[in-house]
Design a protein around this ligand. Structure first.
Ligand SMILES: Nc1nc2c(ncn2[C@@H]2O[C@H](COP(=O)(O)OP(=O)(O)OP(=O)(O)O)[C@@H](O)[C@H]2O)c(=O)[nH]1
Ligand SMILES: [Zn+2]
Length: 218
C-alpha cells in the first residue's frame, strides 16, 4: 500500500510492534489453573455437578476464554502505536463503526457495540495505520471495563502517542448486565464520548459527529 504522495505505508514488523503482536498471542501472564479452580467452585456453588460430562472440560474452556478476553491487561498502547508514518495529511482521519466486545467490571458479563475513533494529525504529521485504531479499541476493551474509562483510555492513548492536534472517541454499547438481568432493558444503548484538542472546537466537533452519523440512517 502506498499513499497519494507515493510513500510506502507498509508496516515493518520490528521493534516494539513485534512485542505487541507477541502479547496478542501470549496468555502466559494469566493464571489459567487458578481460573479453572475458581470456575469449578462457581459450578459447585450454583448446585451443578462439575464432573458431569457436559461440564468436565468447562473450567479449562473458561480459563482459555478469559485468557483471550483479558489479554489487553498485558498490552501497552505505546507498543501498538509505535509505527507511524509522515504522509503530510493534516485533516481529520476517522475510523468508524469498529465493532468490539468488552467485559463489564461490575458483573463480568459482556458489553458490546461500536467505537468511532478520529484524530487530526499534529504538526509532526504523525499518522498511524488504520488497523491500529481498531486494535487500540480492542487493547482497552479486553480488560474488565466500564464504558466511560474505555472511552477515555482510547482518546488518551492517541494523545500520548500520536501527539495529534485533536482526537475524538465515541462509543455506543449495549450492556448485557442491563439486558439479561437486573433492570432488563434489552436494546438500551449507552453513548459516551471523549474529545481532546482542536476537536473541542464546536465546528470541528460537529464535522466529526457528521462523519460518525453519516450513512447510519439517524
Ligand atoms: N457508569 C457505568 N455504569 C455501569 C457500566 N456497566 C455497568 N454499569 C452499572 O453499574 C451499576 C452497578 O450497580 P450496583 O447497584 O452496584 O449493582 P447491581 O445491584 O447489580 O445493580 P443493577 O444492575 O441495577 O441490578 C449498575 O447500575 C450498572 O448498570 C458502565 O460501563 N458504566
Ligand atoms: Zn454490568
Amino acid at each position: 500500500m502506498s499513499s497519494d504522495n507515493g510513500q510506502e505505508l507498509s508496516e515493518p514488523i520490528s521493534g516494539s510492534y513485534a512485542d505487541y503482536l507477541e502479547t496478542e498471542r501470549a496468555d502466559s501472564r494469566i493464571d489459567q489453573p487458578r481460573i479453572e479452580a475458581a470456575v469449578r467452585e462457581i459450578l459447585l456453588a450454583i448446585g451443578e455437578d462439575p464432573d458431569r460430562s457436559g461440564l468436565k472440560d468447562t473450567p479449562g474452556r473458561v480459563a482459555r476464554a478469559y485468557a483471550e478476553i483479558f489479554t489487553g491487561l498485558h498490552q501497552d498502547p505505546a507498543d501498538l502505536l509505535a509505527t507511524t508514518f509522515d504522509i503530510g495529511h493534516a485533516e481529520m482521519v476517522m475510523v468508524k463503526d469498529i465493532p468490539f466486545y468488552s467485559t463489564c467490571e461490575h458483573h463480568l458479563v459482556p458489553f458490546h457495540g461500536v467505537a468511532h475513533v478520529g484524530y487530526i494529525p499534529g504538526p509532526e504529521g504523525r499518522v498511524t495505520g488504520l488497523s491500529k485504531l481498531a486494535r487500540l479499541v480492542d487493547l482497552f476493551a479486553k480488560r474488565p471495563q466500564v464504558q466511560e474509562r474505555l472511552t477515555t483510555q482510547v482518546v488518551e492513548a492517541l494523545v500520548d502517542n500520536l501527539h495529534p492536534a485533536g482526537a475524538i472517541v465515541v462509543i455506543e454499547c449495549e450492556h448485557l448486565c442491563m439486558s439479561m438481568r437486573g433492570v432488563r432493558k434489552p436494546g438500551a444503548k449507552t453513548v459516551t464520548s471523549a474529545v481532546r484538542g482542536q476537536l473541542r472546537d464546536p465546528a470541528t466537533r460537529a464535522e466529526a459527529m457528521n462523519l460518525i452519523l453519516s450513512g447510519q440512517g439517524r
